[in-house]
Design a protein around this ligand. Structure first.
Ligand SMILES: Nc1ncnc2c1ncn2[C@@H]1O[C@H](COP(=O)(O)OP(=O)(O)OP(=O)(O)O)[C@@H](O)[C@H]1O
Ligand SMILES: [Mg+2]
Length: 396
């Protein structure tokens, strides 16, 4: 079973690459599903067929699906949203602003990822290709399961049984609307929808992400940042795809300079994504839509290779003993490209917060590390090494 997440900046060719990858996988005889979680769907345009919210056949072995995220959100979140609206109403916040606050950003896309999980569990497909929303969206959404559990625990701290006792008491002293059974049932459903998504998406044996980019400075910079953040969140990137490279046969002097510039950028990509498969795709002389043209894209991109192969496998983090210092353990997190200045490590009880630029990840520490304190953190060779140990003052 394979899940391939395709992401990258807007317009770089994500949908084209997703569709071509899926088509090639299907042509090799694998039962394949390609689905888009990006609310701005364009799979149907790429294949030039009609697609809906349910998987529908495109060619032999291939189904495609454009998820109606809004509808999924309504099914799972409707009751909770109504309850939050009541609370906002009670506190004097009304209208459109209040309504907007009852849904967390990226929540709709989160429910699309729940569908990925359902398809994985169904066992109906050998390969699932996901055409994700542009870079920033995808990042936020991939880190959402963790963030959401945190929110939910803060928002509904009392367990269901406890609420039954507390509610009548509270209702007497306060007029604040209390969550009823329906709301708690909806919250439980929400957790069920979240359950297992992160496990599937962060398991390198199942899921890898592929970053699509164009040979342009800014686009490459963003792809490299995404690579860092995906590493930080524990997702495996196995391929970098540079799309729209000018082919050698273009000898026009006007474009010669551009070819030189692109070659320079390709060098940057190869250095930056060492350890990851780097593929290039030429700029075609027409728009690559429709089954026939997408097949050409797949051939050029993968050649004889099976697109569902794992092109690289790097572990998102590991825990190892520190030689020489007995009892000290290092948590090693892969954070390629992170500059020392933008990395921050903070320990709070059983959690470790790692900040790289604007992104933060909270991690529940394994038992072996809970008993220890953070002694130091050091960044080297694209890895953040956080050393845990028994503090010197406490040593026997
Ligand atoms: N190598 C290429 N040569 C020629 N045309 C291409 C190439 N790659 C993509 N295109 C065309 O560029 C357009 C944009 O590509 P695509 O829709 O795949 O990008 P995207 O990253 O999915 O965009 P969005 O962020 O809007 O979802 C499409 O019309 C596609 O056919
Ligand atoms: Mg697209």
């Amino acid at each position: 079973m394979r899940v391939i997440l395709v992401t990258g900046k807007g317009g770089v060719g994500k949908t084209t690459v997703s569709a071509a990858t899926a088509l090639r996988s299907a042509d090799l005889g694998k039962r394949t599903l390609v689905m888009s979680t990006d609310p701005a769907h364009s799979l149907a345009d790429a294949f030039q067929v009609d697609l809906g919210d349910q998987p529908s056949p495109v060619v032999d072995n291939l189904h495609a699906q454009q998820i109606d995220a809004q509808q999924r959100l309504e099914e799972s979140w409707g009751a909770v949203r109504d309850h939050l609206t009541d609370i906002f109403d009670w506190s004097g916040l009304k209208g459109i602003e209040a309504e907007e606050l009852t849904v967390f950003p990226g929540m709709d896309e989160l429910f699309s990822l729940a569908s990925v999980r359902d398809h994985v569990r169904s066992g109906e497909y050998d390969a699932i290709i996901v055409d994700c929303a542009p870079t920033a969206e995808t990042l936020r959404l991939l880190s959402l399961p963790e963030v959401m559990s945190w929110y939910m625990e803060k928002m509904f701290p009392v367990g269901r049984r406890m609420a039954k006792v507390v509610r009548p008491v509270l209702s007497r002293v306060s007029s604040m609307p209390m969550a009823d059974d329906e709301v708690f049932a909806a919250v439980a459903r929400f957790y069920e929808r979240l359950d297992g998504i992160r496990e599937i998406l962060s398991d390198p044996d199942t899921t890898t992400a592929r970053l699509v980019m164009n040979p342009e400075k800014m686009v490459i910079s963003e792809a490299r940042r995404t690579f860092t953040y995906l590493g930080l969140f524990g997702y495996t990137v196995d391929s970098a795809i540079v799309n729209r490279v000018l082919p050698e046969r273009v000898t026009d002097p006007y474009f010669r300079r551009w070819r030189e510039i692109q070659q320079g950028h390709l060098e940057t990509v190869r250095e930056g994504f060492s350890g990851v498969d780097v593929s290039t795709l030429r700029l075609f002389d027409e728009e690559m839509v429709g089954i026939d043209r997408l097949r050409v894209v797949g051939e050029e991109l993968f050649g004889e290779r099976d697109p569902t192969e794992r092109f690289a496998t790097a572990r998102p983090f590991r825990v190892e003993d520190v030689e020489g210092d007995e009892g000290d353990v290092a948590l090693v997190v892969s954070v390629p490209f992170a500059e020392a200045a933008e990395v921050d490590v903070l320990r709070h009880d059983d959690e470790l917060f790692i900040t790289v630029g604007p992104y933060r990840r909270s991690m529940m520490l394994p038992d072996s590390l809970k008993r220890r304190e953070v002694l130091k953190a050091k960044l080297a060779g694209g890895e953040l090494r956080v050393v845990f140990g028994i503090a010197h003052g406490n040593r026997p």
